[in-house]
Design a protein around this ligand. Sequence first.
Ligand SMILES: CC(C)(COP(=O)(O)OP(=O)(O)OC[C@H]1O[C@@H](n2cnc3c(N)ncnc32)[C@H](O)[C@@H]1OP(=O)(O)O)[C@@H](O)C(=O)NCCC(=O)NCCS
Length: 441
Amino acid sequence: MTETATASSTETDGQSLTVRDNRTGTEYDVPIVDGAIKAADLGKIRTDEESPGLAVYDPGFVNTASCRSSVTFIDGDKGILEYRGYPIEQLAENSTFLEVAYLLIHGELPSREEYEAWVHEITYHTFVHENVKGFMEGFRYDAHPMGILMASVGALSTFYPESRNIADADNRHMQIVRMIAKMPTLGAWAFRNAQGKPYVYPDNELSYTENFLAMLFKMSEKKFHADERLVKALDVLFILHADHEQNCSTNAVRSVGSSQVDPYSAVAAGVAALYGPLHGGANEAVLRMLRRIGSVENVPSFIEGVKSGNERLMGFGHRVYKNYDPRAKIIKKACDDVFEVTGVNPLLQIAQELEKIALEDEYFVKRKLYPNVDFYSGLIYEALQFPPEMFTVLFAIGRTPGWLAQWLELVQDPEQKIARPKQIYTGERRLDFVPREQRWS
Ligand SMILES: CC(C)(COP(=O)(O)OP(=O)(O)OC[C@H]1O[C@@H](n2cnc3c(N)ncnc32)[C@H](O)[C@@H]1OP(=O)(O)O)[C@@H](O)C(=O)NCCC(=O)NCCS
């Protein structure tokens, strides 16, 4: 017996998968659309009417698509990353972070008028309500800036209750502008809190990235200006982090956003996911590793330790990239520009030697382990005077347009539903409750 699951032949281009259920001998034709089958179609495979349909077990969504998306394309084997079809190398070289943010949100590069209006809008929404400042001051002196950022982004939803109206396009746009504009203000103030320094208000005469540096580092000078090579390097780092398709934090934004909550709450979930060491914290681990190695002479013995399984070469390897991470190449180049201004970070030599040896060594070649985005970024951040706990805040600022572009796509996609994964239940069933007197006697 053959049964056919949904999708018309025009949608599938005639492609399908034939599955034979050996429990029943039934064969099923499952349509293939865009190189994927629908998990719901597998649900039609069952031994009888009463039994549950066949499910897919996939912890960590390793081979499960949760959405259709036109925001970011990655080919991990070839080392390709594109935002809305534009290669990351060209965007990093020729664009600005705000232009890339526009591209991600709107799906196309802006005209001159569109760009100027966008920059103006973002610039004039960088201030936050004074009460935000008030509650940020309430955090302990040693509060991690990511904890502060997560709480304060979430709190913005209470300052803009209209943000709940996610069905209205103008309203969505307003919240997107506000969030991109205010993230640097919140991030910089979280940093100043840890330093015990007064908060610096945004300066609307400065560019997005220079203003961020001003809010971080300005002291008593009348006007803050950073070296333009440093501003450019940080702007490029923001571009490189702006989106990376369905990673852990983006999935968190989409999952929480699927409940139709306001975008501030959804992005707060993204910040929370990024806070975790498996996601946003690897560049800090690279710095710690380089310090521990201490000098170029110790690199060979460290590599031996990695090969014998006692160490991990942090900043190498990636779940998706099985080739040189295209962002790592760009960051390596940005290192030169930054160190020209700040002087060379002595750890750079160790990093370069590690890379050289690893790229030639069979252990790494066989496993397709190449430098990832975090291998050099920590060195740059350190040269820019950022303490390690700020590294993830920088990542969050850069990733905000990506989170919002993905959220926007989610709320406008008629195929999306509230996120609700299936489980495979492994616990007990139908136990009789034992009253306390009997259990505790
Ligand atoms: C990123 C990472 C978690 C990807 O993990 P993954 O896709 O699950 O890859 P696996 O852990 O299955 O690794 C495959 C093999 O390469 C080895 N490997 C992976 N990354 C390695 C590294 N950084 N150093 C040494 N060996 C590594 C694993 O031990 C494994 O070897 P085996 O086949 O002999 O067991 C992993 O490469 C890693 O831990 N890298 C260092 C941390 C880091 O830089 N993270 C930032 C990512 S942007």
